[in-house]
Design a protein around this ligand. Structure first.
Ligand SMILES: [Zn+2]
Length: 209
């Protein structure tokens, strides 16, 4: 699943994984797990991050490969945050070869909408969870009060989106001619986006039930 920050990709990936009873594999989670488990790859990732550098393709590919090899990922998986580069995408093609169709969903949201969403994004002051757009009132995980995220000023948000677009354009070009690639309008209520994703998956992979 591809999509810029603020597109609702995390929420949709989580819902899709739940409906299809598949593991949701987010590279952020994998990295944290690998570091905790102290695997060679996890240690390499830790050293790189502590030096303030971005994790290279080789390490990212190794970590995802390791995760996709586990039994729970055999029937399928939902990937969130990987691939980020064409090199990673090509490696992913190798990993899923013979494992069924690789469906690529690109959630597209106009920049102005993303800026508005991100700049007004709230976080729980008690448990630290990112508040979903549809949450009104207090945190729905712990009941704590929601506050604005301090790092999400409009300038920072625009810069993050610019970097995302620059990095992702080659990736979208890489996938866009495939019959299993779909762009989804993410500027709709989350439930509408979920319905659209369900319909696409049913069309390509068959129904969930
Ligand atoms: Zn909370």
């Amino acid at each position: 699943m591809l999509g810029p920050p603020g597109a609702g990709k995390g929420t949709q990936a989580e819902r899709l994984a739940k409906v299809r009873a598949l593991p949701k594999i987010s590279t952020g989670d994998i990295l944290r797990e690998a570091v905790q488990a102290g695997t060679d790859l996890g240690l390499a990732a830790k050293v790189t991050m502590e030096a303030g550098n971005l994790i290279g393709d080789d390490v990212m590919i190794g970590i995802v490969l390791e995760r996709l090899d586990r039994d729970d990922a055999r029937p399928g998986f939902v990937l969130d945050g990987f691939p980020r580069t064409v090199v990673q995408a090509a490696a992913l093609d190798g990993m899923v070869d013979g494992r069924g169709p690789l469906v690529v969903l690109d959630i597209v949201v106009p920049e102005e909408v993303l800026v508005r969403r991100l700049a007004t994004r709230r976080i729980c002051s008690r448990c630290g969870v990112n508040a979903a757009v549809e949450w009104t009132g207090d945190c729905q995980k712990c009941g704590g009060p929601l506050v604005a995220r301090i790092d999400d000023s409009v300038d920072i948000v625009r810069e993050r989106l610019k970097i995302y677009q620059r990095q992702t354009k080659p990736l979208v070009d890489y996938y866009s001619t495939r019959s299993t690639f779909r762009s989804i309008d993410g500027n709709q209520p989350p439930d509408t986006v979920t319905g659209r994703i369900d319909a696409i998956l049913a069309e390509i992979c068959g129904s969930a039930t």
